[in-house]
Write a new protein. Sequence first.
Length: 378
Amino acid sequence: MLSSREDFVDFFTAANKMEEAVQQLFEKLTPRPNCIISDICLYYTHKIATKFQILETITSDSEYFTVPGLTEKIEFTKAQLPLIRDESRKDIVEPMIEADQASYGVVINTFEELGSTYVKEYRKIKKAWCIGPVSLSHKDELDKAERGNKASISEQQCLKWLDSQQPNSVIYACLGSISTVKCPELIELGLGLEASNKPFIWVLRGNDTTSNQVDKWIKEDGFEERIKGRGLVVVGWAPQVLILSHPAIGGFLTHCGWNSTIEGITVGVPLITLPLFADQFSNEKLVVQILKIGVSLGIGKPTKFGDEKSGFMLKKEDVKNAIAQLMDEGNEGIERRKRAKEFGEKAKKAVEVGGSSYINMTLLVQDIIQQSSKICLD
């Protein structure tokens, strides 16, 4: 027991001389601790937390932290997390979360080989059936052309243009149907595609002010004339599955929406990632850091859904450099393309008879029948 003020001072001074010993302990511990719970008087623990990149408190939306418990070291900011609740949309988000928590299980448009470790962990919490990729249910060209909507470009026109290009040479760029990207950023994207000197298909969603502004710029700036024969601009809905399935496609510049991400993986092409909001940053981490089949454009700040004034700054050089890196014929590029092809093959095998998704679909049907029988008996 400390009986005097001087004793307290001596004790705290002595306690804080433990810094070196504690630091040595941290260096030896495996796995490395990802949390420090410390008395405020042991001020040296702050230095150790900083050295070993252990966050004490995450106060900023832009501050990176390592997600604990994952097999890979994956870092996010609070703003990038898909499940941070948006108070402005609480009336929509809260019922969705409650419904998800109350559900019996989840059916996921993926295949187990894409992330078996994470599927296994998720199943500790809730039933899950991986039954994808569902895009492989489209067997003929018409189905692929009209997946999700009627295309604004004819199948014949699209295929004719792709047939005129070399295998694995075309960049397909599409940022989804509900993305919120500012006009200047879209123009920089177009200029980056032009500067890459690679053939490309660039899809603009159409029927909104921003797309109309970009379409006007394309015509007035001379962009359309400069890329003639090498670039194809589609305003409106594009036959994405049909395009991605063509052997001329060598890369996919995507916003990382899950449908687009899984469609790109399924056809075995490497990706350039430009996430915007929701789960798209998580999908980027999967593609770039875990599967290692993508190149990031380095967008760290999410946009707010429906708010084109928020978000990122994009420069044509970023796009040009990312395309050059993706299409590089060196060892890194070859390995990335090889891995992408391997995952594409695994996706196809998953939906075949006896494949993981085929089995999961069978188990799902059996489970539904079993649960229905229980209800009838009750």
